[in-house]
Design a protein around this ligand. Structure first.
Ligand SMILES: [Zn+2]
Length: 359
């Protein structure tokens, strides 16, 4: 049995994009309800979040933009982009969401916990340096990665983004550096429109952005296949000192905002793969940030599957067996073609993706 750090705060419920918006506070209310009945809840350790400082936000965001978001606290409601808004409490929630993910990262880097999950809102991976976007104000995971690089002097951070949407803001934050390897599998073409297969990074960062664009309809076997064929070999070669996850649960087949076909159990199996990678590369240094996920049952079942895998070794063994059984069902033809193309584009940067290395 392992203990997992979790980050929660009532302020996260005070941010709203307006009534009837899919990214609402009820998402965290349902997760909280699930956690209060979670059979393994004795293994969860609350880590209190803190507010990100201006300096920390400015690692990723433009100063004028930070002030613009701060100014929303003086209005009852501010529309920031066609689907992203702020109430007078949103700035307070957003700086604590970024600070919460930094504390989750600190909890694993300090060795206090072997894994952490920050249940924060607003989510972060669409937030650009100077633009709120896609329900996101500040880029929580990018700020946490910058924190690890700057405050802990790490040189290699892996960010795995399994949210169904591409994390444009995260990708752009680290597009020209090899200090962060950004890996995303996402529906494409779809919101936000970035994440083409040939967006592989720039200058020093060339080869350190990996995009797996998928048409939609892909399920458990496709994601497991992609993780095993691309993520695992590249991550082993990269040897990250920390693994961060943009954990969105909108790849679930019941999600109302996207068209993937994943089941809840698959989130546990993907977590198992990441846990194994963490043990191999950077023991005890795995931290997840909540991103999307808009079907409340899918969201809570997915979160529970992740936590069960992180906490309970027997669950993990079962997940591994189920994963093996799932991948004997072949990934679909399109997924195989995309994986082939990613190999072709990225093999100049990664020996493990060269055709000879491939099975
Ligand atoms: Zn999403």
């Amino acid at each position: 049995m392992n203990t997992v750090a979790i980050v929660r705060d009532p302020i996260y419920l005070k941010h709203s994009n307006g009534p009837m918006h899919p990214e609402g506070p009820e998402r965290l209310v349902t997760i909280d309800r699930m956690l209060s009945e979670f059979p393994l809840k004795a293994q969860l350790g609350d880590v209190p979040p803190r507010d990100a400082t201006f300096e920390e936000l400015a690692w990723i965001h433009e100063e004028a933009y930070i002030r613009r978001i701060e100014s929303t606290k003086y209005s009852r409601f501010t529309v920031l982009d066609p689907d992203t808004s702020a109430t007078s409490d949103s700035y307070a929630a957003a700086i604590r969401a970024a600070g919460g993910m930094m504390e989750a990262t600190e909890a694993v880097l300090s060795g206090r916990f072997p894994a952490a999950f920050a249940f924060v809102r607003p989510p972060g991976h669409h937030a650009e340096a100077g633009q709120a976007k896609g329900f996101c104000l500040f880029n929580n995971i990018a700020i946490a990665a910058a924190y690890a690089l700057r405050r802990h002097d790490l040189k290699r951070v892996l960010i795995v983004d399994w949210d169904v949407h591409h994390g444009n803001g995260t990708m752009h934050s680290f597009y020209d550096t090899k200090e962060v390897l950004y890996f995303s599998a996402h529906q494409y073409p779809h919101y936000p429109g970035t994440g083409r297969i040939d967006e592989i990074g720039w200058n020093q960062g060339q080869g350190y952005t990996i995009n797996i664009p998928l048409y939609g309809g892909q399920g458990d076997q496709d994601y497991l296949y992609i993780f095993r064929e691309i993520l695992v070999p590249v991550a082993r070669e990269y040897a990250p000192e920390l693994i961060l996850v943009s954990a969105g649960f909108d790849t679930h087949r019941n999600d109302p905002l996207a068209g993937m076909a994943m089941t809840s159990g698959a989130y546990g199996r993907l977590t198992g793969i990441l846990r194994e990678l963490t043990e191999e590369c950077c023991p005890g240094r795995l931290a997840l940030a909540l991103e999307g996920g808009y079907d409340h049952n899918a969201l809570t079942e997915g979160v529970a599957a992740v936590l069960r895998n992180l906490i309970d070794d027997r669950t993990r063994e079962r997940d591994d067996v189920a994963g093996e059984e799932t991948t004997t069902v072949a990934a679909d033809g399109e997924t195989r073609l995309v994986v082939q193309e990613v190999r072709r584009l990225l093999s100049p940067y990664w020996k493990s993706l060269s055709i000879e290395a491939g099975a």
